[in-house]
Design a protein around this ligand. Structure first.
Ligand code: IPE
Ligand code: IPE
Ligand code: MG
Length: 245
């Protein structure tokens, strides 16, 4: 049986999030510039997106650029931005063909205006697609996201729209960039690093975490399916005992 056939279709993680890490090291291993690794990473993105859609994942969030990544050398940031622009143009057709909706989380006002325009356009063109939602985290910081939600809730309290006693988990969730998107079930990070790097701190409260040793450009559908199979062998107890489930 192929890997995808072994997956229980009734227990596919609804929301998968991936920290795509290791492009620089992948390039360095071959004596090449870091940007070479970023370019090779685009193929891995395609594999993750197609693989997730094929197995029935409904939400796939990819960490593409953090607010902290703005501190990288200017040339690398520029290369990443132009790679994002060309990939968006190239992938629109694939998104449309596969009935995938694009959504962005993060502060894209910091991105070059060409990128902002292209992002807005792809989001608009794919808004009615409903097989899977691909969420790109760009110029994203989970702490900033939480601060923004606190500000917007505080404003609503000040305006008398929300009462203090109305503030609960669902109100906070609905004021995050990910409003309307369920919490993460499965979170994967490549490259062997075992940290979260300011990604979806609220939304991963009860996610299953997977740390893969491979570097992002080597990621293929097979790696996604292996992670999902492992996920399906885990018992998610949410604080209860095994017997209660
Ligand atoms: C991930 O790979 C891509 C981005 C953060 C944009 P890295 O560029 O972090 O690669 P490493 O971790 O240095 O190998
Ligand atoms: C996290 O990777 C951000 C993205 C994958 C976009 P980094 O390479 O920036 O994270 P650190 O610096 O290892 O924590
Ligand atoms: Mg890295």
């Amino acid at each position: 049986m192929s890997l995808i056939e072994q997956i229980d279709k009734n227990n596919v993680p609804e929301h998968v999030a991936i920290i795509m890490d290791g492009n620089g090291r992948w390039a360095k291993k071959q004596g090449k510039f870091r940007v070479f690794g970023h370019r090779a990473g685009v193929k891995a993105v395609r594999e993750a997106v197609e693989g997730a859609a094929e197995v029935g994942v409904k939400f796939l969030t990819l960490y593409a650029f953090s607010t902290e990544n703005w501190n990288r050398p200017k040339l690398e940031v520029e290369a990443l931005m132009s790679l994002l622009l060309s990939s968006l143009k190239d992938e629109l057709e694939t998104l449309t063909k596969n009935n995938i909706k694009l959504k962005i989380i993060g502060d894209i006002s910091k991105l070059p205006s060409k990128n902002q325009r292209e992002l807005t356009s792809v989001v608009e063109k794919t808004k009615d697609n409903d097989r899977m939602t691909l969420i790109l985290a760009l110029s994203y910081s989970s702490k900033v996201e939480i601060i923004d939600s606190i500000k917007s809730i505080a404003q609503k309290v000040k305006d008398g729209i929300v009462d203090l006693s109305d503030i609960d988990e669902s109100l906070v969730s609905n004021n995050l960039y990910t409003a309307g998107i369920p919490d993460v079930d499965l979170m994967i990070r490549t490259s062997g690093e075992t940290r979260i790097s300011n990604f979806l701190l609220w939304q991963i409260a009860y996610a299953e975490l997977f740390f893969l040793d491979i570097l992002w450009p080597d990621f293929r559908k097979k790696n996604l399916y292996e992670s999902i199979l492992d996920y399906q062998n885990r018992e998610r107890r949410f604080g209860k005992t095994s017997e209660q489930l």
